[in-house]
Every structure is written in C-alpha cells, then in structure tokens.
Write a protein that binds this ligand. Structure first.
Ligand code: PHE
Ligand code: FE
Length: 275
C-alpha cells in the first residue's frame, strides 16, 4: 500500500514560519509546566533541536528512533484512514508540514505541524505510550473489517487527543489536542464546565464528541500501563458487535453507571448555544 509520505522540505520554511513555532512553543511550555503529565514534560526534551524553529523531521526521527523506534513523517493534509493506521502500525507518526498563519494562532480547523509535533511527539518517547500508539494502528486496520472505525476513532479522540491522567491527588493533561491549545489546556483542567469521568472503554466507544469547541467530557486514566493493558487485553471484535445494539451517548450526558470525578456545569456549552 502507498504510504503517502512526502518530503518535509525543512529548508523551504520562511523565517516567519519558524518564528511562529518558537512563539507557540514558548507559550505552551509556560502553560504546561504545572498542567501536563510528567511523562509529557520529560518527552518535550526530544523537541529541543539543534536549530531553532520548526523541528526538522529527520533529526527528530533519529532521536525518537533511538528512544522507542518511532519516526515522524510528513504527509499532505488529510489522508485515508487505512494509510493513517498502517503508518502507526509501523511506528511512523504522520504529521502535516504546514504551520498556522498569525491570524490562526489561537484557533484553526485542521491540525498543523505545531499540533502534530508539539502535541504528539513528546509521548512517543514513553515506552508504554509508544506501544499503545502502535497497538492502536494495528487495531485500526482490524476495525475496518468490522465496519467499526467510528468506534475506535472515539477511543483515539478521548485518549490520544483529549486524555487526562491522574497524578497523585490531582489531574494532569496528556492529550495532544489539549497540550497544543493554550485555551483548552486551561479549560480541560481548571473549568467547572466539563464532565471528568473515569476511563471506561465501552463507554468511550459509544460517546459522541465535538470537533468545533472545547470538549464537554474528558476521560481520566490512572496510568499509561492501565490504558495499554485494557485495550490490548480486550478483543474488540465481540465488543464492536455488542456495541452495535446500544445507542450512542450524546456529548455532556452522564449515565447512571458512570464513575464521575467531576460533574460539570456544562455552562460553557450552554452559553455557546444561546449566542
Ligand atoms: N485489542 C484491540 C483489538 O482487538 C486492538 C487495540 C489495542 C486497539 C490497543 C486500540 C488500542 O482490536
Ligand atoms: Fe492530533
């Protein structure tokens, strides 16, 4: 199968594009020092390149290779799901090469190189999370045979993109979608609006999500070991079949069986609907 990999062409970035990376990087590092999971903060070291600006994927991949056998490769925007899964299954993380424009500094619709690399590369250094990402890729290819990509995608969304993790008595963020966003890294941990629920595989695979605003639910894992074990030790085949008979769960809904850590006010989402 074609892998869709293109050259990053690092030398073609402008000074302004490199400066945008440096601005975003400094802003997020300051916000994350007391918000991100310790493993994420440790992994951030992998992004301190020999040259300032947008990381050169070749140098970054050499470092990831040495740590956990991963690499980061450039692809042109959105790629077919099968190609995404196939790359993950081979320990290649696919990233966009473009960076947001100044007017998009706080919000953009498509993931750019800052989201993809700043958000995702740090945890690829963590041996257990690195294995989870590969297992997810293999699981993705398998989900296609069951027509259940949609369910598995929710697992990615609520862990890899928007996951929270217990840290002593408190919570920390590890999801890339939170870590790369200045506003959501505050909202996800500090706001009383969203629900924070204990990680529950079946529940997550039934839960809808928002792509246009802050999440209304975050799911909290105890550890990356727990996440890897629960997903690896479960045969998703029968699970996909079983879930077909159950209704989806709307965003922001709490069910009787949920293990609720914080019951959100949902004031943020309610405010958005009225305006
Ligand atoms: N155990 C899953 C399956 O049977 C594969 C998987 C592992 C999916 C880890 C996601 C994460 O399909
Ligand atoms: Fe992402």
């Amino acid at each position: 199968m074609k892998e869709w990999i293109i050259p990053q062409d690092w030398h073609s970035y402008s000074e302004a594009e490199h400066a945008m990376w440096d601005t975003l990087f400094a802003r997020q590092v300051a916000l994350l020092s007391d918000r991100a999971a310790p493993a994420f903060l440790e992994g951030l070291e992998v992004l301190r390149m020999s040259k300032p600006g947008i990381p050169d994927f070749t140098e970054l991949s050499q470092r990831l290779q040495a740590a956990t056998g991963w690499s980061v490769v450039a692809v042109p925007g959105l790629i077919p799901e099968e190609v995404f899964f196939e790359n993950l299954a081979n320990r290649r993380f696919v990233a966009g090469r473009f960076i947001r424009k100044p007017e998009q500094i706080d919000y953009l619709e498509e993931p750019d190189v800052f989201h993809d690399v700043f958000g995702h590369a740090p945890l690829l250094v963590h041996p257990v999370f690195a294995d989870y990402m590969q297992a997810y890729g293999r699981g993705g290819l398998r989900s296609m045979q069951y027509g259940s990509i949609r369910r598995l995608a929710r697992l990615y969304w609520y862990t890899v993109e928007f996951g929270l993790i217990r840290d002593g008595a408190g919570l920390k963020l590890y999801g890339a979608g939170i870590a790369s966003s200045a506003s959501e890294s505050r909202f996800a941990l500090d706001s009383d609006s969203p629900n924070r629920l204990q990680f529950d595989l079946r529940r997550i695979m039934r839960t809808e999500y928002r792509i246009d605003d802050f999440q209304q639910n975050y799911f909290v894992i105890d550890s990356f070991e727990q996440l890897l074990r629960e997903t690896l030790d479960t045969d998703f085949g029968p699970l996909y079949a079983e879930l077909e008979a159950l209704p989806d769960i709307g965003v922001g809904v709490i069910l009787a069986g949920d293990r609720v850590l914080n019951r959100g006010t949902q004031s943020h989402a309610a405010g958005r609907r009225k305006s």
